[in-house]
Structures are given as C-alpha cells and as structure tokens.
Design a protein around this ligand. Structure first.
Ligand code: ZN
Length: 213
C-alpha cells in the first residue's frame, strides 16, 4: 500500500496520470469551486478511472450531475447508507457509460452480502468530520477490494468458499486498489479511509480551488 499527496494544479496532475488506472474516486469539490472547474476536473477523472471504476461525488450543486451525464458519466442508484447525509451534502454514485453488471450481480454478490449497514449516528449527534470519515470509508469499501491484480489492476472479489474471483488470468495478487481524491483536504477523511482499509491513495490539493466549508 502506498499513498501520496500532490500539491499542484489539479488539472495538470490529472493530465499526467495514466488512463483507466484508478479504481475509485471520491470527490468533494470545495464550496466556491465553479461548475466549469468541477466539470473539467471530473472529465479528466473519467479518463483516469478504470472502466469498472466508481466516482463518488459529494456535492451541493444538483446541476453538476446533469452536466456530468453529458460528459459520459452514468448516475447509479444511491446506496442506502448515504441517506443520513442528505442534509450535509448529496452523495451521488457515478460510473462510466460502459455497460456495468448490476452491483449485486454474480461477481459482486459476495461483497454485497457482507455489506454491513453501520449504526449511523445522526448528523445532529455527530461531528461533521466523524460523519464524513464514516461515509468515505463506506465509499472505499463499496467500490474497491483489498487485493488487486499486480499486472492489470483488476480487483479480486471474494468468491464462494473464500476463493477470490478475478476477471483476469495473471494470477498476480500483489496489487492494491487505488483511491483518488482530486479535491484533497485532510477533513475529507479520504486518506484515512483508504489507508485504514489497506488501499493505495493519491490526493491532489490545489489551494486556488476555492474556499473550504
Ligand atoms: Zn490481471
């Protein structure tokens, strides 16, 4: 597992990353980020994300989602555990427009069966950082696996009888899933969530991006 924080212009860093590389992206555009800027960043994320990757967007601007559909993103049903966060920010789950199996289809069923709904504190009872950290942790668990193929990055899902299910033929279980945060801020909880679950992490922080909440 490795992690890195890049302190540089987000679009410049993203442009240098390989295509179809990251497994999941958790994006919290800071308040003050223009729609144009967020769209430009998330269009680059679309390229950097694997075909089976997931974008978790925590945002306060519903119009952004409409524009993302035009940029090749497909909005997926929100997970049930996202609901208590409604008053804070909306969580939208997006995938690429590649036809994807249903999240609970054959390959993913064992993973879905093991999802545990956390005993959520209500936002009123919990501090914002704690709620956000729990949410980003759920995003990481729902869209990545502990082991990935060291050759092609394909995630190893847990199959029946504990046998890994993988979609490639490399037999190289030395890789780790990569979590990308293009609007990195320590309060997002994304780095802690990725490290806590043994995933690799790349955060990009651009101090010009806007004002923090
Ligand atoms: Zn492979």
């Amino acid at each position: 597992m490795s992690w890195r924080i890049e302190h540089a212009d987000t679009l410049t860093v993203l442009a240098e990353l390989p295509s179809r590389w990251a497994h999941t992206c958790i994006a919290l555009p800071p308040r003050g980020t223009s729609r144009e800027r967020a769209l430009a960043v998330l269009t680059q994320v679309h390229r950097v994300l694997r075909e089976d990757g997931t974008l978790w967007l925590l945002h306060t601007n519903p119009e952004l989602c409409d524009e993302l559909r035009g940029a090749g993103w497909v909005e997926q049903p929100p997970p049930g555990w996202a609901r208590p966060l409604a008053g804070l920010r909306s969580l939208t789950r997006l995938t690429k427009d590649t036809p994807l199996a249903d999240p609970c289809s054959l390959v993913r069923r064992p993973q879905c069966a093991s999802w545990r709904r956390p005993s959520w504190p209500t936002p009123r009872a919990a501090d914002r950082a704690g709620v956000l950290g729990g949410l980003t942790g759920q995003c990481v668990l729902a869209s990545t696996t502990r082991i990935a193929c060291g050759s092609c990055g394909a995630p190893y899902h847990q199959g029946a009888a504990g046998k890994p299910l993988v979609s490639c033929a490399h037999h190289n279980p030395t890789g780790r899933c990569l979590v990308l945060d293009p609007f990195y801020h320590p309060a997002n909880g994304t780095l802690d969530a990725a490290r806590g679950h043994g995933r690799s992490f790349l955060g990009i922080t651009d101090s010009q991006a806007g004002e923090r909440e």
